[in-house]
Design a protein around this ligand. Structure first.
Ligand code: NAI
Ligand code: MG
Length: 489
């Protein structure tokens, strides 16, 4: 399964090949990166470092500091010390810093995109066109709020919450850092951020940008490390607010820790989002929506449209179209501008995805993948695929796979579509494709999801709140709603 097909004839495989088009922006990467505490990079107290790899090649990109208790204490106390003067600064002054940071992200966008792609494995066209511009956009957007907070909360006087501990995952490294830091700073808080252990490098470049922007020392601190460091940060008693994005499993642990004391918490967790296609939908667009919903970023997307619910009458047509579209997706070198699907972020994730596809087949589902395009010899790869003959009780229809794996099912009536869609402990996102406006509103009202896309999928903007219901978490990020988590009223 999922190996290069040795029988594919070279001539057919190469007939439609693109010439390689690698992104060649030169990039300097230091041998090692320290922790960013109180405005400067420093060696960790732990004296321990770990490697950050390029998942597309297996090569070591750099070494990153592994923060221990003392390091986390230092970071939190730097944030605490910086809090009074930062929160007393006028909104107008805070906005200037945020604008400067946003501008600097734009100016260094190419470098950040290449680094994001090398460190995490996502295609350059996504880091270049989506992640990095959106990260800048979040700083611009929140710069705009910094001096208008009293209008965001009519009749109230919003005050900062205090020191924020923020833990983020590896699927959108710089973007998640921006989602967390920009609203916190706009509202006058200070932060300690912990990036994911496989993708710390762009967050550390962001720290350089903070230095360039003259951000006062201690306003943002970055501690790198794995789950243990995250645990230390989450449990730290001098944190006023915790924000976490990642697995539901770790989210539940964090909720327990955060329940002690007077600590604010927001959680953005996993999903198993339904993507519903009615027979009257514009099918060409719907297919593109499905492709974008699940195969985008190797399916490493919390709101991925991983459960496809298709009206029964168009099932065969959808299978035909999806197979055709699968055949034109290019898997391989993430730095190549023509690549649609890059490398899987880490070996554990690759094993997990493989395990799920095997389990799905063992339960009787049929795998559809295209094996005529060869995969690179080194690195972590998984071909995009979809499975038919899936029952709602199958493990691939219930669990978050977090890979480019789509489980296809059918429905006969809108009522059945809603029942099947809501039959999940998760409630992050949903997609609906239909030509009927009234049906869109009815579906949107009854689907249990924080975000519902109609005749589109995976659209994000800093002005639009994002977040889940049920086991997908609580709290919103982005928009006016997102500010709420970072103010006391
Ligand atoms: P994870 O939830 O373990 O990691 C997310 C972040 O939490 C990382 O920075 C990690 O170092 C930190 N962390 C880990 N254990 C912690 C603890 N006990 N206390 C505090 N922080 C902790 O996610 P992981 O292991 O990388 O991926 C496992 C699964 O989680 C994936 O297969 C996927 O299903 C899901 N996931 C969901 C994401 C989302 O955006 N909803 C993002 C990443 C993973
Ligand atoms: Mg890496």
């Amino acid at each position: 399964m999922n190996d290069a097909n040795p029988t594919a004839s070279a001539s057919t495989a190469s007939m439609w090949e693109y010439a390689p088009a690698p992104e060649r922006t030169p990039l300097e990467i230091d041998d090692r990166y320290g922790l960013f505490i109180n405005g400067e990079f420093r060696s960790p107290n732990s004296r321990r470092w770990f490697e950050s790899l390029n998942p597309a090649t297996g090569e070591v990109l750099s070494k990153v500091a592994n923060a221990n208790q003392q390091d986390v204490d230092d970071a939190v106390s730097a944030a605490r010390q910086a809090l009074p003067s930062w929160s007393r600064l006028s909104g107008q002054e805070r906005a200037k810093y945020l604008f400067r940071i946003a501008r600097r992200i734009q100016e260094r966008a190419r470098e950040l995109s290449v680094l994001e792609t090398m460190d995490g494995g996502k295609p350059i066209k996504e880091s270049r066109d989506i992640d990095i511009p959106l990260a800048a956009r979040h700083f611009f957007y929140h710069a705009g709020w910094a001096d208008k907070l009293q209008w965001a909360f009519a009749g109230a006087t919003p005050r900062p919450v205090g020191v924020c501990g923020q833990i983020i995952p590896w699927n959108f490294p710089l973007l998640m850092a921006a989602w967390k830091i920009a609203p916190a700073l706009a509202c006058g808080n200070t932060c300690v951020l912990k990036p994911a252990e496989t993708t710390s490098l762009t967050a550390l470049r962001l720290a350089e940008i903070f230095q360039e922007a003259g951000l006062p020392p201690g306003v943002v601190n970055i501690v790198t490390g794995a789950g243990k460091t995250g645990q230390l940060l989450a449990a730290h008693e001098d944190i006023d607010k915790l924000a976490f994005t990642g697995s539901t499993e770790v989210g539940k642990k964090i909720a327990e820790v955060a329940a002690v004391g007077d600590r604010r918490l927001t959680l953005e967790l996993g999903g198993k989002s339904p993507h519903i296609i009615f027979a009257d939908a514009a099918l060409d667009q719907a297919v593109e929506g499905v492709v974008n919903g699940i195969w985008f970023n190797q399916g490493h997307v919390c709101c991925a449209g991983s459960r496809l619910l298709v009206e029964e009458s168009i099932q065969d047509e959808m299978i035909r179209r999806l197979k055709h579209r699968l055949g034109s997706l290019r898997v391989g070198d993430p730095l190549d501008k023509n690549t649609d699907i890059g490398a899987i972020n880490n070996p554990e994730q690759l094993d997990k995805i493989k395990g799920y596809v095997e389990a799905g087949q063992a339960e009787g589902a049929v795998l559809h993948e295209v094996t005529t395009q060869s995969l690179p010899k080194k690195g972590l790869w998984f071909r995009p695929c979809f499975l038919t003959g899936v029952q709602p009780s199958h493990v691939i229809a219930r669990d978050e796979i977090f890979g480019p794996v789509l489980a296809m099912m059918t429905f006969r009536t809108p009522e059945e579509a809603i029942k099947r869609a809501n039959n999940s402990p998760y409630g992050l996102a949903a997609g609906v494709w239909t030509d009927k406006g009234a049906r869109i509103f009815e579906m949107a009202k009854r689907l249990q999801a924080g975000v519902i896309w109609c005749n589109t999928y995976n659209q994000f903007d800093a002005a639009s709140p994002f977040g889940g219901v049920k086991e997908s978490g609580f709290g919103r990020e982005g928009g006016r709603h997102g500010l709420r988590a970072y103010v006391r009223i």
